[in-house]
Design a protein around this ligand. Structure first.
Ligand SMILES: [Zn+2]
Length: 152
């Protein structure tokens, strides 16, 4: 029995050859960031995430409590009292939503960090300091560029 000829594969163009020269347009040149620094950012972001989740849980139990209050003693409350409690509850709900938004921001930041697309200034390409990223996980500009932006 004859083996099938394998001439076919030889004529194929390697994948790398087809894509070379067509690299995506880069926004800004990036300075190197050490593995240790990336690790530091990751730790800072994870700490932030844990903080936000604790805050979120606390707000949720606050809402539940206000809700329970409203259900149990609303019969004896006068109108103004009920109004205050409803207002408080609405405040807590909007706070919970704000926290949840920040949780999502930090989660996205961590994803981008894993992909190697996080922590560089979108404008000048220099690395954004770890402290700044820890305080503002959604920061996309370095302090200098941010100040320039605000001045305009
Ligand atoms: Zn910058």
């Amino acid at each position: 029995m004859a083996k099938p000829a394998e001439t076919d594969t030889a004529t194929r163009v390697p994948a790398a050859a087809r894509t070379s020269g067509k690299t995506a347009t880069k926004v800004a040149p990036r300075a190197e960031r050490s593995q240790a620094e990336t690790e530091k950012i990751k730790v800072a972001l994870n700490e932030r995430l844990a903080e936000l989740r604790t805050e979120y849980d606390a707000t949720l139990s606050e809402i539940t409590e206000l809700q329970r209050d409203r259900l149990t003693d609303s019969a004896g409350d006068d109108q103004a009292d009920t109004g205050t409690k409803t207002f408080e509850r609405e405040q807590e709900i909007s706070l919970a939503n704000t926290i949840l938004e920040r949780v999502t921001q930090v989660e996205r930041a961590l994803e981008r960090l894993d992909e190697g697309n996080y922590g560089w200034c979108e404008r000048c390409g220099s690395p954004i300091p770890v402290e700044r990223l820890a305080a503002f996980p959604s920061a996309t500009l370095c302090v200098t560029c941010k100040q320039l932006e605000e001045r305009r």
